[in-house]
Design a protein around this ligand. Sequence first.
Ligand SMILES: [Zn+2]
Ligand SMILES: [Zn+2]
Length: 793
Amino acid sequence: MLTAEVLINLPSPRFNQAFSYSVPEHLSAQIEFGQRVLVEFNRRLLEAYVIDINEHISGEVKPLLEILDDEPVFDARLYQLALWMADYYLSSVPQVLNTIIPGSMDKKGPVEVMARFTAEDLPEVIHREPQVEELLQELIAQGGLKLPDALKLAGYEELMALAQQGLIGMVQKYTAYRPGKDGYVYELAELKEGLEEQMQKRAPRQAQAVKYLRENGPTDQVTLEGIIPAASLKTLLKKDYIKLVRKKPEITPGTLNLTPEQNHALQEISIAGQQGSFQEILLYGVTGSGKTEIYLQAAEEMIARGRKVLVLVPEIALTSHLVDIFAARIARLAVIHSAILSSERYQQFKAIKKGEIDLVLGTRSAVFAPLSGMGLIIIDEEQENSYKNEETPRYHAREVARQRGIMEGALLVLGTATPAIETFYQAVSGQMGMLVLENRPGQAQLPEIIIDDRRGEPRKDSRFSLSPLLRGKLTEKIASGEQSIILINRRGYSPVTICRQCGTIFSCPSCSVALNYHQDRRKELCHYCGFEKEISRCCGKCGSKYVQQFGYGTQKVEEEIKNLFPRAQVARLDMDVSQKRGQRQDILDRMKNKSIDILIGTQMVAKGFDFPHVSLVGIIDIDNMLSIPDYRAAERCFQLIVQAAGRAGRALLPGEVVIQTFNGDHEVIKYAARQDYFNFYKHEISSRRILEYPPFKEIMRIVISSSREDQADRETGILKELIEEIIDATETDLDILGPAPAPYYKIKDRYRYQLLLKADDFWLLNSIGRQILARRNEFNARLELDINPVSII
Ligand SMILES: [Zn+2]
Ligand SMILES: [Zn+2]
């Protein structure tokens, strides 16, 4: 008899403790580490993760009820990673395991009760359990019952007793997905010699399919299913004689010639990759310096040496060209991101686990891909916020990748044109290696950047969102048939509506933020909670019709440009557009084939896209970003300008960038205009040192929220006292900033306060966080703890 140690899948940290269940005889052959099982716990049917299997030890334990997965959903290495994450990010192990396994695998059928005895045994079984006779007879008659129906015939306790005697089983299977038909091909697996001949005698239909695939190579799903009966193909799939895989583009093995600089970087990466122990390298290269080609060649080399590669990107939609490039060069590739079909995700998960995939390319959650024998992890645009998960567990993919690298002895390469300040600090202080690419290959030049200070501009010009200089440049570009991008980091038409009579700002009833007017829908929207209402013609407070909109967003800039250049082809790309299916792709295609003259967009247009015919980028309203009350505001602003500038002049056209501002003397804007990362870094790191922010201090942010304003305020005070008690007891050094109202004071009808804790030691913050969470129930407010937050607003 076996015993399984399981973790109950409930989020509370007290479920970090494992519980023992015995494994019924009929399940003992199937049970494996990393499977999910169904157990009874405190009178509830719950899912649990198997983390150990032992020979039965003395003492009475309940049996587990059912195995839910055919195959394990995590292995020992990912389990080790989960333990580390739970510890590091103040989370529970089951919560982390839920994050690690693909979400699509959570799709469960209803719980069904089934008989574990045959019709012949029925009289004997009923003899033993006369009080549930009706249920037992129904089970045999129906072949199984949904749990609610079974409960109509017997009580819960009785059902559990029957299950524990092994007379009935509870089944709740995870549905194995079948992939959709479009874009899939059948492929022949490697078959043992002689198998085909055997098949011809016993299963001629199957043999026919194998012969067809051997002669014709991979065949479209629809085609083959038109020739061979589905049942035969299904059997072949089940036996692993054939595979159903996503269609691949043609593989072009040709590699591009590298510049001496690129060559040097590739060699260094290659040497580091051969060490077989964890190492970390920052690949710092100006925009357009050819980092992708280095990633590819390093990956190809690692694969040739029989090890696996993981490539993380900030967002797939913004890097679709990167996916295409990788797909064209790497044969056994899997792409993982949130928009792929769950069916495909499940298939990929299985293929990766079986070792059939050499390179996984994906967003944040791809860091959990079950690759084994990983030799290289690449994180592109490592400074991006999208690598941080904003829900529990609040992990950062860069930190998790580092941990995986340590566990697997892999090389971690962080690629970027604008490193995070912390990353660059680590590189210059020798905690990681650094490789620099200062030049763009070929004839491409870095663009010329003009700071366009609008102070003192004549009144007739200041009513436009575009300065006279930028309007002039746009006119030139249209005349010469070149493309332009205008970046404004705010969607909607105008961000603020004010009553000129009484001064009231039109704001969201649930949040302390102004409503954004969206002209296309003629509605006022809250960008935080999604609240929307018809546009107001008059003030809700005083009734005056004298209301006015201030400021501008992408829609208003689009309107202005269309009025100024009525014959130009103008398009807009922001979240409102890109959520509409197909629209984004349509705009990207039209940009590529030059049928758009001017593209207006939010920061999404600044990131990653490669438009070879863009020679002008205008950045308007950068001042707004600089004034965000976050210690990373300068860093974000610098990154955005450099990334946006990187869109200009990527091929043969010389690029120009115009930054409109009312802060022309601002240091950050001046460094960004010179694309001078080194001096920006020097400036920024000294202010971080003085103000005691990362990398010099570790930070934990705690947001305390309640639907009652007084309660949020009071509980924050109590929490601060608790923290002070903890510090007094441990006699350690810690700064507490706050309590202060959070920059967004009210969101979704909850009032928010915050505390910011700063310490030298990460594990001090971690232990304080743990002690707070242990006493969470004493607070009449919601507490959200975030260690190393990427944003403090
Ligand atoms: Zn008013
Ligand atoms: Zn709102």
